[in-house]
Design a protein around this ligand. Structure first.
Ligand code: CMP
Length: 146
């Protein structure tokens, strides 16, 4: 069955690698179901990353994510959550370069903070974050298909 995940092209990568990353997403067989470019307001970035609010890097992370536009994408494919995470590679690009040199982070990320892309870690998070960023599109779809 098809699955959805939320992917984010972060401000560092959107400036320089937007077209490369979008092409690769399509080449790997994902459908881009929705996309939205936006500068995250601070409160939204804090809410988006609330799972990390106790981390020492939290304020840097929020600052970075608000510094310029992000591209928010809903990606649809079988096993989309895992496949997008595999395509991104590990959080730290230094680690990514060793273990998955073809991954997006290995090729485009500058450091563990400015790591070019984000992807939901599981299906539950994917549904929550998609709703948070795009609103309740699943229930709209149900309403219109009746
Ligand atoms: P992401 O996968 O979006 O999830 C949390 C983000 O926090 C991560 O990518 C990085 O941008 C950032 N991050 C994770 N670990 C660290 C760290 N040790 N130092 C700075 N930033 C980090």
């Amino acid at each position: 069955p098809k699955q959805q995940t939320l992917a984010v092209i972060k401000p560092d990568a959107l400036e320089k690698h937007k077209e490369d990353i979008l092409k690769e997403i399509q080449d790997r067989g994902f459908s881009v179901t929705q996309l939205k470019e936006m500068v995250l307001p601070r409160e939204m970035a804090e809410e988006f990353y609330k799972e990390h609010s106790e981390q020492p890097f939290f304020s840097q992370l929020v600052e970075f994510m608000c510094r310029g536009p992000c591209l928010m994408l809903i990606l649809t494919k079988e096993n989309a959550v895992e496949e997008w995470r595999a395509m991104m590679g590990p959080t730290d690009p230094a680690h990514a370069k060793e273990t998955s040199p073809n991954s997006i982070r290995a090729r485009f990320a500058s450091d563990i903070l400015q790591n070019s892309v984000h992807g939901s870690s599981n299906e539950q998070h994917a549904m929550e974050k998609i709703q948070f960023i795009f609103g309740d599109i699943s229930s709209e779809a149900e309403l219109t298909s009746d």
